[in-house]
Every structure is written in structure tokens, then in C-alpha cells.
Design a protein around this ligand. Sequence first.
Ligand code: D41
Length: 675
Amino acid sequence: MPIVSAPPREIIERVKKLRAEIARHNYLYYVLDAPEIPDAEYDRLFRELQELEARYPKLITPDSPTQRVGAAPPKKFGAVRHEVPMLSLANAFAEQEVVDSDRRVRERLGLEQVEYSAEPKLDGLAVSLLYQRGQFTQGATRGDGETGEDVTQNLRTIKAIPLHLYGTGYPELLEVRGEVYLSKRAFAALNADAQARGEKVFANPRNAAAGSLRQLDPKITASRPLAFYAYGLGKIQGGAMPDNHSAILAQLRDWGLPVAREQKVVQGVQGCLDYYRDMGARRAQLPYDIDGVVYKVNRLDYQEQLGFISRAPRWALAHKFPAQEELTEVLDIEAQVGRTGALTPVARLKPVFVGGVTVSNATLHNQDEIERLDVRVGDAVIVRRAGDVIPEIVSVVRERRPPHTRPYHLPRHCPVCGADVVRAEGEVVARCSGGLYCPAQRTGAILHFASRRAMDIEGLGDKLVEQLVAQKLVQTPADLYTLTPGQLAALERMGEKSAANVHGAIQKSKKTTLARFLFALGIREVGEATAQTLANHFGGLDAVMQADEETLQNVPDVGPIVAAHIAAFFRQRHNREVIQRLRAAGVNWPGMKREPAAHLPLASKTFVLTGTLERMTRDEAKEKLQALGAKVSGSVSSKTSYVVAGADPGSKLDTARGLGVEVLDEAALLKLLRG
Ligand code: D41
């Protein structure tokens, strides 16, 4: 029951304290990316405040963190005039345009070199936030730059936007400009949700952000995990701001407004181009989508001197990345057979330049995906190539579907060996049942065996292995070790020199490690990490081969499914024979004393490596850590013991900080490795 009489002093104090605590944790979480308390603890504080406010409604204030979703939906958004117009950004696509722009800036300013603030260009929606005496009072979309829509109630639901500025010293009136966006993760979750409910999915995070912000009902916006980064200022009154852009951003961050942590001050055009390349390389690892970077002349007096031209400041330039999505045509669809027999449908495309390379194939993953997209031979499609990711088809452009398209279904017989294709109940993957009799699976298995992280046989590429398998020179990995230089030299595109090199590489690969060998065998579900754990746990190959499923499940991280795959692999007579022949050919690894993993100094510790190390490669660091019994994983979780961060670390470092995982630099790692 709500109490109408004046609340007791302790309650008033407690409510005040809770709001201050919640504001501080919001700041730690959204701005510094370094939460001090787990989510559950935050939720407890929040609920306590909600309960007190429910009991004493008099205590509710509009800037209470509980009041993000308040007002009822309006009929339509009101208009907001931007007193200081929201300008647009000039674009550059080629380096030369950046060089030219910098030259013009230097000529106008009469300078040899200009200092720039470089920032990621988020692919979101520009908005303006008005703070009066520290209170968030109005928020608007950019609109045409002169007039936008009043989306205050929706912006209030974005937790990264403070309802009240943090700290002190802010001007009486402060207009902050920035970008509302969706993280890649939030976008994927939103679309997965929409799909599960049979609703329309968004084509990209930008559309999803715009659609979410322009909902009349703030409850809907509140349910979308939108985020915000500040990138500039509008009108300021009753207070002063720093005299350069990077200091302004730092000041905004101190007041609780999130700023992209990738923002950086750089010197001259070379600094800009280095930043562009660096961000391009890190793009795939960033937690949000960017479509380029933005350079801004750092000093405000220079900005003023430069002014603007046709609605765009002369002091700012967006340098765009090559588009990651392009329109093209599906010429054909074919099934590819991998080393586990999995049939992957691949679309043959009319070649198109996307993500910086010419793409003529895109994976369609599996039959379900083909049906989800309803992609047919002849369709117009959007292909996407992001970073080093395999190109894929995002969607079919239905409006452009020609009259005679052909639906595709994976074949019932393996296109390579003719064996039945089977799809186990509940599985999405269809597989060739031909096993190692299927040349495609054999080729795949041998390529995997020879790959860098397995037996590391240099020069044994796919064209070569295909020939070896087709000519029946190699049927199993063991046959590699009986090949003569003469046999290799007789193959197409092989000279004597390269034949000798490949032969040498095969001989060299005989000396290996048990972990690499186990990984090389290509047992289903046994990746590098599991292979290493098995090697540590059992110490020798015979022990692994003899272990039954129950024994295998005693190995850390080996569950019933993996155990079943391992046991099934070694039960096969064919596999045991191949292993026997490999050993007879001289494949060996230094005898590991059977040292239970628990005795190793780093047993039970999990490491994640990120960024560039100076004294060793990441692979070397990984091997050294594993030799000491540590597990090295690719992703950070609450179970991670340490994250080792080299130069230019990726988002893993942020995740580690967010989870409170201890972070080591290279020096600390070296110390640890030295024991
Ligand atoms: O990240 C962005 N999308 C971004 C957009 C950014 N980092 N900086 C920006 N700076 C400006 C100026 C220089 C005009 C203040 C912008 C935009 N404008 C912008 N966003 C949409 C239109 C213009």
C-alpha cells in the first residue's frame, strides 16, 4: 500500500543514497566499461529503490533511474528545431581524398601539420541531447539537420544516456550530440528474437536502431538494447568547455556520457591514415558496427577559422571503409563436401567487389538457411564480406527476382562419391555417409592433418592433395610418409625443387607433439584445446586410445558427446591401422612423463590472449602456457583466469574488464612463464 504521509528521514536518505549508488554503477558500467559489482547486486539496489518509491510515491522524481519508461505513447512526435544546426559530414573513400582534404586544411590554416581527433564512425542514428542544470530535458533526432523529432521519452529509456549528469562543473545548458546505435551482439539477439516470433528481421544495426528509436511507444524502445556514444556539442550556455575536441570528449566522459574508447588524437595526415588502417584491421573485433572513421581538426579555434561549406564543416571528414555489402546474382548453387562429410551449399555468384576483394562464392551454410532466405538460382542477393569472415548471403532482393528462378535442394547422394547423404534427426547438417572412402572427405582429412596447427606440413595445399587423392597415391595420412620426391615431382604444377621442399616438410613433420597429433587425426569435436587437454591428462597415445567413454569423461571439459566421438574413432579398425602405420613411419613426439595435469604449475588456469605480443607470437605464447598445464581459450568468460593483453588489444580486453578478469601485460606473462 502506498503511504501518503511524509516519508521518514531515514527513508529519504536511503532513497538518495540508492540513487547515487545506481548512478555511480551506471557510470562505471556504461562510461568506464569497468563495473565494480555483478549484475545481480545492481538489480538488488534497483529493486530496493523501486520498492521504496512504490511505498512512498512522493519520493519519485523524473530523474530517478526507475523512471526511464514513464509517459504514455504520444500520437506523433513533436518537432524540435536545432538552434545550432546538426551539420553533415563530408565523405572520403580513397586515401588521396584524405590527403587532399588535409592539404586544403593546412593551406587555409597556414600550418605544416595539423593535429586531428580520430574516432570510429558508428553506423547508427545521430541525436541531440539537451541537459539543463544537469538534467536531461529534451532529446531529438537529427532530421534534416535543422529540425528533428522529439524522441525524449524514447531516449530516456537508453540506459547509457544519463538522466542526470555525473559530477560537477557542467554548463547550465549543455547540448550533446552523438550516435544512438546497437551493438553487434544486441542486433543479433534482436533479430533472433524477431525471427523466433515470425516477425520481420532488420537488414542492419542502423535500421534496427532507427526503427527502435522511432517507436511511438517508449516501452518498445525500452525493450531494445540501444546504446549511445557522444561525439560533439551543440549549444552551450552558462559555462565553459575546453578549447579542443579531444578534451571536450574527455570532459563529457567525466560527466557520465559514454565516448568511444577507440577515439584517439593523431598527428597529421599520416596519423589519420595509420588510424584508418588500424581500425580497419580491428573492425571485425569491435563490439559495434562501424562504416569508417572520422577525422576532426582538434583545436576549436582552427575549426572556427575553417568554418563550413554547404552544411558540412571543413574541419571534419568521414573516411569510409569499402562497403561490406553488395548486390549481385546467384549463378548456381553447388554442394561442397568437407572433411567430416558435411555438405555445405555454396552459391556461385556473379563476381562483385565487396569488403575490399572480389567475391564469387558465398556460403549458404545448410539447407535450413537456404529455406530461411528462400534463395534460388537466378536470384538477386545481397552478399556480405566482413573482415576475414567467409562471404555470405544476407538476403534475397525479392523485388528483383526474375521470372525463372530455380529452388535448390541438397542432393540425396554425395556429389563426389555417390554415397547416401544423411541428415540425423535434430541436426542441421547433412553428411555424406561415404566416410574415408569418399575422396572429398579423404582430401579434407589429409588437408586438416597437414594444416599449420596440426602436423604443420608446409606446401601441402589443396591442389596438391586433390591430385594425390585422385591418383590414389595417398588414401590416408599415413601414405604421405611413403611418398617419394619423384612421385611428387611427377604431379602437375610441381617442379623438382618444390617436390623436394614438400618431401622435406613431410619428413620434418614426423617430429611433433602428442597434442598436435591428436588434433591432426580430425576426431569429431576434438579441437586444439581438447587435444591439448587429452595430451596433458593421459600423457601418451596408448592411454588415450584405450580409454573408454567413462574414463574420457574424467578429462576436464570432455562431456558425453565428445567422449563418444573419441571412443568411436579409436574403435574403428581402419583408424587404428592408420595410427599404427604413422608410428611405424617414424611419427613421434617427445615422451611425456605421464604427469597428471594437476601437478603442472598452471593447471586449472584458463588464459585468453589478445593483441600483439612483442617477444613472441600468440601461438608461441599459447604453446608455452599449455606446456605448463594451462588452458588457452579463444573467448573471455567469468571462468577465465587471466587475459593477456598485448599491443592493440581487441574487445576481449573490454570483456575482461567488464567481468573483472585479471589482465596481464607481456612483462607479467614472461614472468609467469619463467616461473
Ligand atoms: O560516429 C559517427 N557516426 C559520427 C557522426 C561521429 N563520430 N562524428 C560526427 N561528427 C559530426 C560533426 C563533425 C558534424 C559534428 C558525426 C556527425 N557529425 C554526423 N552524424 C550524422 C550526420 C553527421
